[in-house]
Design a protein around this ligand. Structure first.
Ligand code: SF4
Ligand code: ZN
Length: 314
């Protein structure tokens, strides 16, 4: 992260960051710029209604803490916006236990109701245990189970929306990954507001940090004391996403504005993608009753594979 220390900035105060436009901002002006950008994103993409029972998917990392902190402030100003946090404990030793401590401390301090659901309780095994049994990419199986649980639990908790900490860098990586996999149907499910409102089994997901870069979110989180340490999942380094992230960062360094350009041009094509793939039928999983693209949902497919390998444990 680039922290500037020279005195040439927005005002007489010491600049802390050079933003996308090249302008250097001090802490107060950066906070104002960042929060305004989040509120503008919420308005521009119509992410929140006047009345909401919103959940924040909280990992205890910089992105989700930032969303939770800003939406918490919003809910304090507006009693019609009710807010809770949901955390998923995948069971990743040495990582998730630490970030969950941060998540709990933040919620305790700010009096936010926190619900924690674990893979162990819901599926019988931690992610670490699953990975010792199945030869799969960690993020593939982890993502399937996390999306499954977040949607199911959000619905059971009667949430009207679920806010996630996805930022501009995350979206940019997803767009490029889908392009490289020739999976435009997956791209049709991206954007600042996702999930079918026409299907009662889905809770809409919204991304208030959609237009904020990773660098901006990191700066905001650290400057405002939302966390004081940086934890990264040990499985992240092996992922396709990590390789795409590094490539995009190199391109951004050489050609500033690359990430904004990718996301902005994607937003222009998104309505066409949504139209093209709107007829994809949503089925009900015959095994668990959750929404699925096929007869059996992906989570149940993996649960079945795990059962077949370790029947006595499940
Ligand atoms: Fe799960 Fe991969 Fe994220 Fe780790 S990096 S929490 S394995 S999706
Ligand atoms: Zn299922």
């Amino acid at each position: 992260m680039e922290i500037n220390t020279d005195k040439m900035g927005c005002c007489a105060e010491k600049p802390v960051i050079r933003i996308y436009s090249g302008e250097k901002l001090c802490k107060n002006h950066f906070n104002e710029y960042f929060e305004n950008k989040v509120f503008r994103t919420i308005r521009q993409f119509d992410l929140l209604d006047k009345e909401e029972n919103i959940g924040v998917a909280l990992s205890g990392g910089k992105d989700s803490l930032t969303v939770l902190s800003i939406l918490n402030r919003l809910s304090k100003q507006n009693p019609k916006i009710k807010l809770i946090a949901i955390a998923i404990d995948e069971g990743i030793a040495g990582y998730r236990d630490k970030t969950l401590v941060v998540a709990k401390e933040f919620c305790d301090k700010n009096k936010i109701e926190l619900h924690i659901f674990s893979y162990k309780e819901e599926f019988g095994l931690t992610l670490d245990e699953m990975l010792r049994i199945l030869n799969v990419k960690p993020c593939t199986i982890c993502g399937i189970f996390r999306r499954y649980l977040l949607n199911k639990k959000s619905r059971e908790l009667k949430l009207t929306k679920l806010a996630t900490g996805h930022n501009l860098d995350d979206e940019c990586q997803s767009i490029m990954m889908n392009q490289m996999r020739n999976d435009l149907m997956a791209s049709a499910r991206l954007g600042p507001k996702v999930g079918l409102i026409s299907n009662k089994l889905f809770v809409q997901r919204v991304k208030p940090l959609y237009l904020c870069t990773e660098k901006e979110v990191t700066t905001y989180a650290f400057l405002n004391g939302l966390l004081d340490d940086f934890n990264e999942c040990p499985n992240a380094v092996h992922s396709f996403r990590a390789q795409v992230r590094d490539t995009l960062n190199e391109l951004e360094n050489e050609f500033p504005g690359t990430k904004y350009s990718i996301v902005n041009s994607f937003l222009q094509t998104l309505p066409f993608l949504k139209e093209k793939f709107k007829d994809g039928e949503i089925k009900i999983c015959k095994s668990c009753g959750e929404p699925a693209a096929n007869e059996i949902c992906n989570a149940c497919v993996y649960i079945e594979k795990l059962k077949n390998k370790v029947a006595p444990q499940l």
